[in-house]
Design a protein around this ligand. Structure first.
Ligand code: NAD
Length: 252
């Protein structure tokens, strides 16, 4: 087990990729806090059914007090926070459109959740990591940012900001032995992607797969290995990086 005795918070842990990260982290021995606006009961039940440790927490990453409360809950339940997976985002519920037709409220809330939400969670969790002189933060960016996905400029821009945040914060926290990395996946067929793509889903799947070096669509299970590796000691000298998990769509 690569994460025995570690404590991990996964934001957006109620469904989709966040849920898969919770299950995978627990399988490697971590005690997991699944935190989301949505109810995480199913995630917790799945982790426990597989013999792992997990609790659910209500979280709105856009609200700094809510983030602090989740960290406090993690410390109360499991003693500390070693790993933070910043996965929550406005994604599935976003509507695409031309850049000048995106409602201003959607632009602002996408930045508040996808960018400020990560800042809020880091501000809450880093003091716990500093106490132990170690920690691993994994931020979920997207191929959308690196490729330059059009017609969803709020989403694309927010995921680009995640890469900048990752780099700047990694330099700031290196002296505390806290590592900060990002992963940038291509499209995975989660509920979020089904909602995001709507009736363009089948066409988008074909276009995405045909643009990859490895020509099939990404599956949830393809991502968890990179997240576990970044969370674990195996990547102990890796920080500030964005790892593309996109079947070789772009090469950094
Ligand atoms: N699925 C993909 O193809 C894909 C590709 C690249 C990147 N990503 C990123 O991966 C992550 C997960 O994707 P997914 O497909 O599982 O998305 P999803 O929409 O299914 O899940 C996102 C989760 O975040 C939660 N959430 C939203 N706003 C929140 C808030 N303010 N506070 C707390 N929780 C909140 C939602 O309730 C939901 O459970 C997102 O960051 C997404 O941008 C997804």
């Amino acid at each position: 087990m690569r994460l025995k005795d570690k404590v991990a918070i996964v934001t957006g842990g109620a469904r989709g990729l966040g849920r898969a990260y919770c299950e995978a982290l627990a399988k490697e021995g971590a005690a997991v806090v699944a935190a989301d606006l949505r109810d995480c009961a199913e995630t917790v039940a799945a982790v426990k059914a597989a013999g792992g440790k997990a609790i659910a927490a209500e979280l709105d990453v856009a609200n700094a007090e809510s983030c602090a409360a989740v960290v406090a809950k993690a410390v109360q339940a499991f003693g500390t926070v070693d790993i933070l997976i910043n996965n929550a985002a406005r994604y599935g519920d976003l509507k695409g459109g031309k850049f000048d037709q995106i409602p201003e409220a959607d632009w602002d809330s996408t930045m508040a959740v996808n960018v400020k939400g990560i800042w809020n969670c880091c501000k809450a969790a880093v003091p716990e990591m500093k106490k132990r002189g170690q920690g691993s933060i994994v931020n979920i960016s997207s191929l959308a940012a690196v490729f330059g996905l059009p017609f969803a400029l709020h989403y694309t821009t927010s995921k680009g900001a995640v890469i900048g945040l990752t780099r700047g914060l990694a330099r700031e926290l290196g002296r505390d032995w806290i590592r900060v990395n990002a992963i940038a996946p291509s499209a995975v067929l989660t509920e979020g992607t089904t909602e995001f793509m709507g009736d363009k889903l089948e066409r988008a799947k074909q276009v995405i797969a045909s643009g990859q070096t490895l020509q099939r669509n990404l599956e949830t299970g393809d991502l968890v290995g990179t997240v576990i590796w970044l969370a674990s000691e195996e990547s102990r000298f890796v920080t500030g990086q964005t790892i593309m998990v996109d079947g070789g769509t772009v090469y950094l």
